[in-house]
Design a protein around this ligand. Structure first.
Ligand SMILES: Cc1cc2nc3c(=O)[nH]c(=O)nc-3n(C[C@H](O)[C@H](O)[C@H](O)COP(=O)(O)OP(=O)(O)OC[C@H]3O[C@@H](n4cnc5c(N)ncnc54)[C@H](O)[C@@H]3O)c2cc1C
Length: 557
């Protein structure tokens, strides 16, 4: 059972000292643990919630070179992000895929569509021509290829490429956590660090609390990596760690609604505030956003103003059968971008102009590392930089250069698809799914998908959809229970899968099979975990402002 994996890891955390303790299991902590453990360091990682449960589950799911930073002249950043994007597309061919951004430029915009198109040519060149070439679009092209776009007298636009995460960001992060576990890292979710001190024995002593039992204990490590995302400053303050860099927080909200266009493209506009605004395909739904508001407190909440901004902007720009209203919202995503104010730059300076670069600050005297800012897109660089820093602290990396990221090699992939074809797996594809079962299992589980085939061969019921209305089959639940450290139902519904994003709460609650899924995941604790999830969502929803969102007039047909 999965509780055994978590419980046995927690029991190991306070035994021997580790080389490195990573605090925080968002993308930055996950890649740090994956890179270090694969190269032979003894690594522990804890997160006070679930992996990717804070910022890393709230992104736009884009792996992109940051085209918009060209306008602020951040050429070096764009160039670096483009090569990070290309590396992820190459090494994760099934889960990080190129996608076209289809842009309509409205009349009166600050730059003409031709000028912007020239910018995309530069962007393409900066990405080493790795993706498909940009394309200039006339008004007629846009009207015929994306009739859902309301042209509003526009004269044209352009199309260019970046990439996206086919599943979701949190699943992508979990891939690194799983990789680190496979390389011997001792990892547990729902374990909070209460603070850490560097003692005379030359070790960090970190106090930790198991959120499930309330038990406190100490973890010792030679190096401490603070990867607490927006809470990096708070954790440093707890440990008496002084840094030059700090965070400023900017809230970003996305709304998820039914699929607004059948095409697999990101519809891209400039919103009323002049910022880029996206309608992104996410399986059977569309994810719309985002906003950009300075905030000082956590957790960030979606306000009626945020909803109004997003719905108004999308309704203005798309020709929908009727305007979208708050009733159409299936789910919401809300996170804060941790933006770096480095080397004395004032937090009150123009925060919208702050660079999106990450900064890794090292305290050499105390063997302490703080990871500030960053993007999912840049994650491989963060893993490599943290490894390099660990080496400077004398951490032994006996398997230096070992592969710590990427999908399994072609031979394993070929064998998997060969076995899937022999079993006629795709004839079992669930009616809810728009893609073949073999493709989906490979993307989600990589080499472990072979053991799922084995489960299905032994018991064909393992290929049946378990939770009605979703595409998840019975063997996936068994796999999650054993290997994905599902501690709460939300971990599965919101992060290991995207069920909670694509279905409304009341549909999930009534879905036949959900209780059986809970039994597979939690055994005797199933009913308790089921009730806990729905009570918790109820509580969070009651925190939302209750004023109805004012809706715009329907656009002229
Ligand atoms: C709206 C929005 C859209 C974005 N879109 C994109 C995009 O499309 N592409 C892209 O590349 N990037 C995007 N980003 C940026 C990216 O999502 C973030 O930079 C990244 O997820 C930050 O990861 P992190 O690991 O630093 O932080 P987090 O994901 O927040 O992880 C920090 C972790 O530390 C844990 N923690 C904190 N304190 C403690 C403690 N005391 N003890 C134990 N654990 C602790 C937290 O629980 C949390 O899980 C977006 C961000 C936002 C907000």
């Amino acid at each position: 059972m999965i509780t055994t994996l978590r419980a046995s890891n927690i029991a190991k955390l306070d035994r021997e000292p580790f080389d490195v303790l990573v605090v925080g299991g968002g993308i930055n902590g996950a890649v740090s643990a994956a890179a270090l453990s694969a190269q032979g360091a003894r690594v522990a990682l804890i997160d006070r919630g679930d992996f990717a449960g804070l910022t890393s589950q709230e992104s736009s799911n884009l792996v992109w070179g940051g085209i918009k930073y060209l306008e602020t002249g951040e050429v070096a950043l764009v160039s670096k992000l483009c090569s990070s994007r290309n590396r992820l597309i190459k090494t994760y061919p099934s889960s990080v895929r190129e996608i076209r951004f289809f842009v309509n430029v409205e009349p009166g915009f600050r730059r003409s569509h031709f000028t912007l198109y020239c910018g995309t040519l530069l962007y393409w060149a900066m990405g080493n021509f790795f993706t498909r070439a940009p394309r200039l679009l006339s008004a007629t092209d846009i009207a015929s290829e994306e009739p859902v776009i309301d042209m509003r007298g526009g004269s044209g636009g352009f199309e260019y490429s970046d990439a996206y995460l086919v599943d979701n960001d949190a699943r992508f992060v979990f891939g690194f956590i799983r990789g680190a576990l496979d390389h011997g890292a001792i990892i547990a979710n729902y374990v909070q660090s209460l603070g850490a001190q560097r003692r005379e024995d030359g070790l960090w002593h970190t106090q930790a609390c198991d959120g499930e039992t309330g038990r406190t204990f100490e973890i010792r490590s030679r190096v401490l990596v603070n990867a607490c995302g927006p809470l990096v400053d708070a954790f440093n303050a707890l440990n008496g760690e002084q840094t030059k860099n700090h965070h400023v927080l900017s809230k970003g909200v996305h709304l998820i609604v039914r699929r607004l266009t059948p095409s697999r493209r990101v519809l891209t506009f400039f919103a009323d505030d002049g910022r880029l605004f996206f309608v992104i395909p996410l399986g059977p739904v569309s994810c719309i956003g985002t906003t950009d508001t300075r905030v000082d407190t956590l957790p960030p909440l979606v306000t009626d103003e945020d909803r109004h901004f997003i719905l108004e902007n999308v309704n203005k720009r798309l020709r929908l059968p009727r305007p979208l209203t708050a009733e159409d919202i299936i789910s919401e995503r809300c996170g804060v971008r941790p933006l770096v104010t480095g080397n004395g730059a004032s937090a009150s300076a123009d925060w919208t102009a702050l660079s999106r670069k990450h900064a890794i600050e090292v305290d050499h005297a105390r063997a302490h590392v703080s990871v500030f800012g960053g993007k999912l897109t840049d994650c491989l660089n963060v893993g490599e930089e943290v490894t390099e820093i660990a080496r400077t602290f004398g951490i032994d990396l006996p398997f230096e250069g070992s592969r710590w990221y990427g999908e399994p090699p072609d031979e394993i992939r070929d064998e998997y698809f060969h076995q899937a074809r022999l079993m006629r797996l795709d004839e079992l594809t669930a009616p809810e799914s728009s893609e073949q079962l073999s493709t989906r299992l490979w993307r989600r589980y990589g080499g472990s998908a072979l053991s799922l085939l084995d489960d299905i061969r032994q018991d064909p019921r393992m290929a049946q959809v378990l939770i009605a209305g979703t595409e998840y089959i019975r063997c996936e639940l068994h796999h999650a229970a054993q290997r994905e450290m599902i501690t709460k139902l939300e971990d599965f519904l919101r992060r290991r899968s995207k069920i909670a994003l694509i279905a409304k709460k009341r549909e999930i609650e009534r879905a036949p099979g959900l209780l059986e899924a809970c039994t597979i995941l939690f055994g005797d604790d199933a009913q308790h975990k089921f009730d806990e999830y729905f009570a918790d969502r109820e509580r969070r929803e009651s925190l939302r402002p209750s004023v109805p969102t004012p809706m715009p007039e329907a656009p002229a047909a």
